[in-house]
Design a protein around this ligand. Structure first.
Ligand code: A3P
Length: 312
């Protein structure tokens, strides 16, 4: 990204149609929604993490909302009340969606004693200068590509525009495989942060949705240790269990604030669109065997061949 001008000029960027008459623009090898390009540009140019910062990074629909709840609960411990009355996306703002949404560069608290927690969907490849120059902690969550695709397809079809003109599943599959999705290619996004976690394990914690779902206690403990606030004391097990319980899909999705049909000021979809089913393997209800094999073959090529044995 050219950091010498205030706004990014979209006119010369490669464009790809991804749904109806909507286009994505390619920046540094990644496809971005036009409404977020300028704010992503501002984050890349102006955001200077301080060492105590925690950044939650993810490709969309891989468990961001859940990770926000878990990290908020781990850091603040007595968070049940806050989580029952605030949407997770309002407890931990997303850099390019909330913090840098307007042209005015935000004045963020730089008190090194406080823990600032942000999230982002910006690929590491676009944020490398920002993250490489900082000792901040990054937590990256990823999810099986087939469940990510199906979750994305449902999410996009909740947009107003989809009422009269739904995003067909076969188009969504092709776009996912071609990497032409918001913040895609998915595989490059994941590998960017996966490599970073191997290079800088003290600063980057990489976890999967499936690990959190199947073995939450172990991974929440590891996450807390990574964040520098391990569970301690005789009731350690109860404390971890409490965090896991208050952040479970069943509990969170039943709070009025998360069931709300209202849309926040910062996004075009209602609060409840971030909670759907929360299961592993829902793709089997939507993708046929041929599509599953097509995506698995891609996963073997993009992940397994690089030594990351995940996602099939
Ligand atoms: P599904 O569409 O498969 O149900 P993101 O937060 O990155 O947008 O991801 C949304 C996905 O995470 C959705 O998946 C959503 O239901 C699921 N999700 C949200 N909160 C969750 C929780 N507490 N536990 C497990 N999954 C959760």
């Amino acid at each position: 990204m050219d950091s010498s001008s205030l706004e990014m000029d979209l006119s010369n960027l490669p464009k790809a149609n991804w749904w109806g008459d909507d286009y994505l623009y390619q920046v540094g090898g990644f496809w971005l929604l036009p409404q977020f390009i300028q704010s992503i540009y501002r984050v890349v140019k102006h955001f200077k993490p301080i060492p105590s910062d925690i950044i939650l990074a993810s490709y969309p629909k891989t468990g961001t909302t859940w990770l926000k709840s878990l990290v908020f609960s781990i850091i603040h411990r007595c968070s049940k009340h806050r989580l029952s009355t605030n949407h997770p996306h309002e407890l931990i703002p997303t850099l390019e969606v909330q913090v840098y949404a307007t042209q005015t560069i935000p004045c963020i608290n730089t008190d090194h004693q406080s823990s600032r927690i942000f999230s982002t969907h910006i690929p590491y490849q676009l944020l490398s200068e920002t993250l490489d120059s900082s000792e901040c902690r990054v937590v990256y969550v990823t999810r099986n590509p087939k469940d990510t695709l199906v979750s994305t397809w449902h999410f996009v079809n909740k947009w107003d525009k989809a009422r009269g003109d739904p995003w067909p599943l076969d188009v969504a599959i092709d776009k996912f495989c071609d990497g032409e999705t918001p913040c895609g290619p998915y595989y490059d996004h994941v590998m960017g942060y996966k490599r970073l976690s191997l290079e800088r394990p003290k600063n980057v914690f990489f976890v999967t949705y499936e690990e959190l779902r199947t073995n939450p206690i172990t991974h929440v403990k590891k996450l807390a240790e990574f964040l520098g606030c391990p569970f301690e004391g005789e009731d350690e097990e109860e404390q971890v269990q409490e965090v896991v319980n208050i952040c479970s899909f069943e509990v969170l999705s039943n709070y009025e604030v998360n069931k709300s049909e209202d849309s926040p000021t910062w996004f075009q979809l209602p609060y409840n669109s971030f909670f759907r089913k929360g299961n592993i393997g829902d793709h089997t209800n939507y993708l046929n065997d041929v599509t599953i094999e097509r995506i698995d073959a891609l996963t073997r090529e993009k992940f397994h061949s690089l030594g990351f044995m995940y996602g099939t």
